[in-house]
Design a protein around this ligand. Structure first.
Ligand code: SF4
Ligand code: SF4
Length: 302
């Protein structure tokens, strides 16, 4: 769908996706399959029907309006037959409790920019701007170029949050427009990277090097600290060494959390990761201290 972008969320006044006050635009489509992903609705492009069972009062409105007969009532609440659902959204529009929601819509650059530019004064006052996230926003670089031009024309800085697992051309195209890349380095162990995410660490490190060579100050290395993936001193040290070798000075350590678990339930999916307990920020303190001793600027929580 040329010229349109698959958006699943737009967050106004975001403060965890880069500096200052920002608008974060989240796009669908991701090349990796991290089992701890907190946004399962982002992984594949297309509409998703989300059902918040707690809100459902069993009124039956959705049963009446579904053209596919994909909803029934069971034990006092709606029951979805997802195999028959065509994600038309009729039930979501009619539900008086907002217990049903369609996630994922195609938006034009003009529609997105109109939402972004509203808060230009806040960006100016706080060194904020637009953050393009996902999913993996860089997969859509061609469609994003006009948006990047609009932002430049209005002096709105743009950051990308990226998993780094994209074609090098996407990075090269984004570079001149981008103030900062919040760049995930999940592990320095290629075998673990492949096993946990299905991707190739070579691709990620190659892209990291391209940006570092262009301007290492554009980079913040983001490390999701995940039990069984990298939650040991040795593994975090290996990631910090990657940053140091490339002249990158800023590292964010992000404690593993399970906030996304409810979304899997809303999508009718099992949570695929074995660990079910969040890490506290304190659990990362020794890693932060280690990084600071090495001369890095380390933040816990981004
Ligand atoms: S319309 Fe909403 S509240 Fe009523 S049964 Fe359907 S999901 Fe539940
Ligand atoms: S999205 Fe459409 S097809 Fe799917 S359950 Fe709702 S009304 Fe039925």
């Amino acid at each position: 769908m040329t010229g349109k972008l698959p958006v699943f969320n737009i967050e106004r006044f975001a403060i965890h996706d880069g500096e200052g006050i920002r608008t974060a635009v989240f796009l669908q489509g991701c090349p990796l399959k991290c089992p701890w992903c907190a946004n399962p609705e982002s992984q594949v492009i297309g509409k998703k029907l989300m059902f918040l069972q707690k809100k459902c009062v069993g009124c039956g409105t959705c049963v009446q309006c579904c053209p596919q007969h994909a909803v029934s009532l069971e034990d006092g609440h709606a029951q979805l037959d997802r195999g028959s659902c065509v994600r038309c959204g009729a039930c979501a529009a009619a539900c008086p409790q907002a217990a049903l929601k369609i996630s994922g819509q195609w938006m034009t650059v003009d529609e997105i920019f109109a939402l972004v530019v509203r808060d230009a004064d806040y960006y100016r006052q706080t060194n904020g701007g637009l953050t393009l996230s996902g999913g993996e926003a860089l997969l859509h670089i061609e469609e994003l170029l006009p948006l990047l031009q609009d932002c430049k024309d209005h002096q709105i800085p743009v950051d990308f949050e990226t998993c780094g697992h994209v074609p090098a051309e996407a990075i090269e195209k984004a570079l001149p427009w981008t103030e900062r890349f919040l760049f995930d380095v999940k592990t320095a162990d290629a075998e673990k990277f492949r096993r946990f995410t299905g991707g190739s660490l070579d691709v990620v490190l190659k892209n990291l090097k391209i940006i570092a060579k262009y301007d290492a100050q554009k980079l913040v290395v983001r490390v999701p600290v995940i039990p069984t993936l990298n939650h040991t001193e040795k593994e975090i040290r290996a990631i910090l060494d990657v940053a140091l070798c490339l002249g990158i000075s800023r590292v964010d350590l992000l404690p593993y959390h399970t906030l996304g678990m409810t979304k899997y339930a809303q999508l009718g999916q099992e949570y695929p990761f074995s660990e079910k307990k969040s890490l506290s920020p304190e659990a990362l303190q020794s890693y932060a201290d280690m990084g600071r001793k090495l001369g890095l600027i380390v933040t816990i929580g981004g």
